[in-house]
Design a protein around this ligand. Structure first.
Ligand SMILES: CC(C)(COP(=O)(O)OP(=O)(O)OC[C@H]1O[C@@H](n2cnc3c(N)ncnc32)[C@H](O)[C@@H]1OP(=O)(O)O)[C@@H](O)C(=O)NCCC(=O)NCCS
Length: 209
């Protein structure tokens, strides 16, 4: 069943399934007078298009709310990605940011509308996940691949740099479930991943264990 893409619905959903106390903010309208640091203004002005600049500002709006919840400095330009304590994703006019006090890795990924082409499946799925996806009815494959894509991207963002492996080495332990564990082959990295279905996409949250 899908949930609404709103701060209250996301907070209620992830608050119920996460054992860690996370901060979450959703933004679909950047405040016109949002204070920006010099670094943020510079980064915004350097964006390649007006669309990307709008997306960047929407992201700052969500990220700053999370940083305030964490009691951290509001300057998002000072954050080095991947960050152990916060993460941001934007898609089609929506931004979602998450934060974790004392975190050791957190990732969020929001994908609306755009479904990955089936050709990427062999590049990003492995083992039980690939077998599960292969066995799905054709009508369910596009949505499942979009879900797995958000799982992989959320894990990528929650994983410390340098990235140890390609997506095809990300192993989902229960691909049919919306909440489960992911490990990365050849490493000790393990993540708890929670996914919510939205009306036209998915949002996944990964917490490094
Ligand atoms: C960097 C990346 C994670 C961004 O994800 P995306 O889905 O394109 O975009 P999202 O909106 O979800 O996330 C963008 C935000 O993630 C954050 N981000 C950027 N680089 C990041 C990184 N290396 N780790 C964690 N977060 C990162 C930033 O906050 C960025 O927003 P901003 O530029 O406005 O500050 C993605 O482009 C990427 O490189 N993914 C890995 C792809 C890959 O290796 N594939 C292998 C296939 S086998």
């Amino acid at each position: 069943m899908s949930i609404e893409l709103s701060q209250s619905a996301l907070q209620a959903h992830f608050g119920a399934v996460c054992t860690a106390p996370i901060f979450l903010a959703h933004c679909d309208r950047a405040e016109p007078d949002m204070p920006l640091s010099d670094g943020e203004s510079l980064a915004g002005e350097g964006m390649a298009s007006e669309k990307r600049r709008a997306e960047y500002l929407l992201g700052r709006c969500a990220l700053k709310a999370v940083l305030a919840g964490l009691g951290r400095d509001a300057d998002t330009a000072a954050i080095r990605w991947p960050s152990p304590f916060c993460s941001l994703s934007h898609s089609h006019g929506h931004a979602v940011a998450v934060g974790l006090a004392g975190g050791q890795g957190i990732g969020i990924d929001l994908q609306l509308q755009k479904k990955p082409p089936f050709a990427v499946a062999e590049r990003i799925l492995t083992g039980a996940t690939a077998a599960y996806w292969d066995g799905l009815p054709d009508a369910d494959k596009a949505a499942a691949l979009q879900r797995f894509w958000t799982v992989n991207e959320a894990v990528y963002k929650a994983c410390p740099a340098p990235q140890p492996a390609y997506f095809r080495h990300y192993r989902m332990h229960a691909p049919a479930a919306m909440d489960g564990e992911v490990s990365i082959d050849g490493t000790d990295y393990r993540f708890r991943v929670h996914t919510a279905m939205l009306t036209d996409g998915f949002v996944s949250l990964a917490l490094r264990l």
